[in-house]
Design a protein. Sequence first.
Length: 95
Amino acid sequence: MYILALKGQEDLGAYSVERDGKKTLYLFVDKDDAIRYARLLEANDYPLMNAVEVSPDEAIGTCKKYNHPYYVAVSYTHLRAHETRHDLVCRLLLE
């Protein structure tokens, strides 16, 4: 599983995208999907990002422990299908 992190600051943690006024962690099953989504965000004036491999249990467990919203992106195509101009949205697959 992969998360997005600010380029050059990968050791500082994951980058959460704002959705409905809440920071949300996007988790990607496929690295290529994470990279494509990072480039999409960058094209919309987000900072440069890299995909970082993480343990699914650790990432989801940490989100649950701290009640931090998260989405598991099934595919890049799925993300694009639910994208709006102001909110980059994906449907979630919790478990």
